[in-house]
Design a protein around this ligand. Structure first.
Ligand code: KG4
Ligand code: ZN
Length: 335
């Protein structure tokens, strides 16, 4: 049995979690409102907010779990990819705590953590896929179809050649004048929209790769031309615009996922990453699973956007294999 403290600070959320093996005892997340003013994450402000948040967030995570720091067996932390200054706060904190408590550390790759979030157990949730499975990883920085053979054995079957899907959604929101991050706002507004009102060009990319920059540009023209002909265009048609861009993105994601299942014969299909919080994507994956005989793995909402619970589960798999890291571990910005 191991009590693991996990820390995630790769972007703009400071999060700490405590796990008992695979079982989640607490998962605290402090968001950073400061970026809303700027329509995107400002790295320097993010690292400062992490520095302010990390002590209270870790304290609350331990308290909620009912665990004293002396009971901890190991510390897991996100080493990358992410914003350098943000990562540095979490990495330095983990090192200091590991040194003070004389317990080992596990370094975790943020993307692997998103994928492994399916293995977290809670009172209400214990629904892990078996290896191998496919995972559609969709976040603000990445869009990939992975074949997951073992906890740390991943094959990238397809990947975006330009923008990540979350980036495309956030930019579409920005074009419409919606607040950052746009994903949850588009999700909500699209519910009352007509998704066949506007035509948005569909990308045609070979193999299992994706492209979202053309879609983004096509959307930009749609909004701009609409503004030219009718000054109230955006306001009046916001719901329809959201529904159409969301549908174009999800159609594109699903086309390649169907192809990946066909090519690999693997029918366990998981989703992960911040965009897997999208209600239409979650519903669509389940519909495809019912139609094509897949088994769908859709993580609980709280494990989709950045959180430390997923870092903890990845850390637990490393703890099992005694894959510890030294005090010389440094963050890395890119995958
Ligand atoms: O995984 P994540 O929290 O951070 C990265 O690792 O990038 O993903 C953040 C992305 C943002 O682009 C955000 O707009 C998107 O996830 N997102 C959503 C929803 N909630 C968050 N996109 C669509 N629908 C949502 N409900
Ligand atoms: Zn993430």
């Amino acid at each position: 049995m191991a009590y693991i403290l996990a820390i995630e600070s790769s972007c703009d959320d400071t999060s700490a979690a405590v796990l008992n093996n695979r079982f989640l005892l607490s998962n605290m997340i402090a968001g950073q409102k400061v970026h809303e003013l700027y329509g995107g994450v400002v790295p320097e402000l993010a690292s400062r907010a992490h520095a302010q948040n990390i002590v209270p967030v870790v304290h609350t995570a331990l308290q909620t779990a009912g665990i004293k720091k002396e009971q901890l067996d190991a510390i897991a932390f996100t080493r990358g990819p992410g914003l350098m200054g943000s990562l540095l706060v979490g990495v330095s904190f983990a090192k200091a705590m590991s040194l003070a408590l004389n317990i080992p550390m596990m370094e975790v790759n943020h993307l692997q953590a998103h994928v492994l979030s399916h293995f977290i157990q809670t009172q209400d949730y214990d629904h892990a896929p078996e290896f191998p499975f496919l995972c559609l990883l969709v976040s603000g920085g990445h869009t990939q179809i992975l074949r997951v053979n073992a906890p740390f054995n991943f094959e990238v079957l397809g990947s975006t050649i330009d923008d990540a899907v979350g980036e495309c959604i956030d930019k579409a929101a920005k074009i419409m004048g919606l607040p950052y991050p746009g994903g949850p706002v588009i999700d909500r507004l699209a519910k009352n929209g007509n998704d066949s009102r506007f035509k948005i060009a569909k990308p045609h990319i070979a193999n299992l790769d994706y492209s979202f920059s053309g879609l983004k540009t096509s959307f930009l023209y749609l909004v701009r031309d609409g503004l030219k002909t009718d000054s109230g265009f955006v306001e009046k048609n916001l719901n329809d615009l959201c529904a159409c861009v969301q549908k174009a993105i999800i159609d594109s994601l699903m086309d390649k996922l169907v192809l990946a299942v066909k090519q690999t014969g693997i029918k366990q299909v998981a989703i992960g990453g911040g965009v897997s919080a999208n209600s239409l994507l979650r519903q669509t994956i389940q519909e495809y699973a019912d139609r094509y005989g897949w088994q769908a793995f859709i993580p609980p909402f709280s494990f989709t956007t950045d959180n430390a619970a997923m870092v903890g589960i990845a850390g637990y798999f490393k703890w099992q294999q005694k894959q510890f890291c030294g005090l010389d571990a440094v963050p890395y910005a890119r995958a």
